[in-house]
Design a protein around this ligand. Sequence first.
Ligand code: ATP
Ligand code: MG
Length: 411
Amino acid sequence: MADVEVAENDGAGSYSLVREQVNRDVVWLVSKLEETGHEAYVVGGAVRDLVLGLTPKDYDVATSASPEEVCQAFGRRRARIIGRRFRIVHVRVRSRVYEVSTFRREPTAEERRGREDDDGVMLWRDNVFGTLEEDAFRRDFTINALYLDVTGDQGVIDYVGGLEDIRSGWVRMIGDENVRIPEDPVRNLRALKLAGTYGFEVDSALKAAIPKYSELIQASSRYRLFEELLKILMIPHSYAIFQLFSDYGFLDHFLPKVSALWSSQTGQILQKLLRGRDRRLANGGYTEAKTLALATLCFPYVASLLQEYEDLEDLWSLHDGLERTCREAVVEVLYPLTVPRFLSARVRDVILLMPRFKIGRQPRRLQRHPEYKYARELFLLLVEVFGWDKELADRWPSPPKSNSKRKRGRR
Ligand code: ATP
Ligand code: MG
């Protein structure tokens, strides 16, 4: 084991401080696994954030217990095995769900050959269990392979130089990029997401490999990519991440329509909206709803098709075929990702409400619209970004609490 302490780190202070900041439910979860005779650590993004002095948004746990043993420790009501390609356990503590994964190791060539769905390059399943140290080397980047011992005195366990890379701001892949990216091309996306989120530099070997393998992203699960897109849109650095995607030629393969637009006038509007959204998310209080996030991403292209005036000053007026154009445009922007139909329908509704906010006729009726809440937030963003009269925004009150806590959840 290398570094044990997160010492003299600028933001985080001493290791004990780091440990104190770990959510109590997570400490309980880890202790419970240890009581059954297993090792368990907090791993991944939470350790990264704690070391940087940031508050983690979620916690992942790595353990020597197999998925079945984790389920046994927490019972069927709390724990559920999910995934096929990568089996993990979702453990619910109070209202939150934590991902618990069993230590993995590199499968041998022999083990890979034995699997029907493995072509020897792309790794379709990664369920060979191993030790803590082996697990560290199966992770993607050094800064993601840190383990925090939250109950004992081992501090942060670092086999791969991740602490040093966090301190000096590098995204560095563990192992050979020419193997590890083709094995799972989503790692390209994850590398740029880290660089954009923290403003870290991409290590030179990784820098060269990303464009080389960008095309492979098309073979990854569209569902998984859609989930990744949603996660990116919730980070208050989405603009920086998209800019990196574009710089590296990755956007071309991930979201071809967005890539084609990125440098156009419509793309400039999208860039402004993403920056505005990032600011709002960073200041807290902005809704992390999928509908709102996707409506923001799709709005500029839809507007470019529907608007009747160059400067967006008057948005568009209602006419036949509007809904269809909007629906098709939303699908086009998000192609080739698989978007659930109910979600794309809601995105379309939010976008189509924009002129009604601008014109301001029949305000009460609009306020009763089921999409009022998210449409209002998008409209406030437009007012800010286009420098429209602030009075336009003041007209629209926040929805009453009962309306904002609709049972539909954060969709
Ligand atoms: P976030 O803040 O977005 O949750 P994260 O690093 O925790 O960031 P997760 O997707 O939650 O990301 O994954 C948890 C950990 O699992 C990662 O930190 C990394 O160690 C490992 N991991 C995730 N995806 C991969 C992958 N494709 N290849 C190797 N390791 C991975
Ligand atoms: Mg995580």
